[in-house]
Design a protein around this ligand. Structure first.
Ligand code: PLP
Length: 362
């Protein structure tokens, strides 16, 4: 068996210990005689799995009791609509546009009501996080929406916007559980787990209870947060296997020092890569603004498309895979999520250094 270093933006690398444990339990989950995949979601065994997953994520993030934790399906893209449906009673929300995912959330809100753009970094192809200290937020807006880590463009908020007293809603998909977070600063955090936490097919929503509406006339049952909030995410059949895998990752995070320790490791990994990129004569980071750089997704280019393609192909042969950049940015992108070991980043930098030497202009 040969494992590669997988730099995919998502679905992405998972901790080897977690995969091994899931493998060892695949035929017989803890004496139940069956796999979690074969189990009724109404069984005691599965109730234990989802209860432990929720308890562990509450511990990891320090989630206060007045917040609900929901395990949902439909893709994080569905949450672009459902956050607005549930959290914007006046059909007004203000958006900071920092890339494709924030734009898509804004576009969903356009279908449903009256969203407003209060800042954008489109002028420089989303290579920075705009100044959010004094945004023209509408007084009667229901919330301010941000995408906290921009998976495609490789930018990340390192300070939260001044919301001027308004509720903050954040898409944390590609940075979820990568660093400590003060949940009380948010009305709602949502994330698709396939970036930094688990297999595709589960979204986690952390939402302050008082924001969940009791009554939403005209809105189908499955689009109301209250439906799953009242039923512990078991109103209908959830993604049992995905929730189990997330639970194993939560345990792995707790065993490895929690989110503060993870942040330290992530900062160290990112520094290795950015330091190399800043010094390199061949490779250049697309995010020059050091204050806006993501610790999770690092896009870079040589400026020569053919050379980029040659690099991506040679890297893959060396076991460094999925480094091709997103089509809107081009070049390369290394996603270095929680489960990417430091050795993987070092291997990448060594490989880039060798490639650079062999392409030095004479
Ligand atoms: C990947 C991604 C999404 C979309 O997730 P789906 O589950 O594919 O709908 C949304 N937001 C961010 C920040 C992402 O990285």
């Amino acid at each position: 068996m040969a494992r590669v270093y997988n730099f995919s933006a998502g679905p992405a690398v998972l901790p080897e210990e977690v995969l091994s444990r899931a493998g060892s339990e695949i035929l017989d989950y803890q004496g139940s005689g069956m796999s979690v995949m074969e189990m009724s979601h109404r069984s005691k065994v599965f109730q234990g799995i989802i209860d432990k997953a929720e308890a562990d994520i509450r511990t990891l993030m320090g989630i206060p009791e007045n917040y609900k934790v929901l395990f949902l399906q439909g893709g994080d893209s569905l949450l672009f609509a459902t956050t607005f449906i549930n959290l914007a009673p006046h059909r007004k929300a203000d958006f900071v546009i920092t890339g494709n995912w924030a734009k898509k959330a804004y576009q969903e809100a356009q279908i449903l009501g009256d969203p407003n753009v209060v800042a954008s970094s489109a002028d420089k192809n989303f290579t920075y996080i705009p100044d959010c200290s004094d945004l023209p937020i509408r007084e009667d807006t229901d919330y301010l929406y941000i995408c906290q880590n921009n998976t495609i463009y490789g930018t990340q908020y390192h300070t939260l916007p001044n919301t001027k007293g308004h509720t903050l809603v954040s898409d944390q998909s590609s940075m979820f559980l990568s660093e400590p977070v003060d949940v009380t600063k948010f009305g709602c955090i949502h994330a698709g787990v396939q970036k930094n936490v688990g297999p595709a097919g589960v979204q986690i929503v952390i939402v302050r209870e008082d924001l969940i509406p009791d009554d939403l006339p005209g809105v189908p049952t499955m689009l109301r947060f209250k439906t799953q909030a009242d039923k512990g995410s078991l109103y209908n059949t959830p993604n049992c296997w995905g929730i189990y895998m997330c639970g194993l990752v939560f345990q792995w995070l707790l065993e490895n020092g929690g989110l503060a320790a993870m942040h330290e490791k992530n900062a160290e990994k990112a520094k290795i890569l950015y330091d190399y990129l800043d010094a390199s004569e061949l490779f250049h980071p697309t995010v020059a603004d050091t204050q806006s750089r993501s610790l999770m997704n690092v896009p870079f280019v040589t400026g020569d498309k053919d050379l980029d393609a040659e690099f991506v192909a040679q890297a893959a042969e060396a076991g460094l895979v999925n480094l091709k950049g997103h089509r809107t940015v081009g070049g390369m992108r290394a996603s270095i999520y929680n489960a990417m070991p430091k050795a993987g980043v070092e291997a990448l930098v060594n490989f880039m250094d060798g490639f650079e030497r062999s392409h030095k202009k004479a």
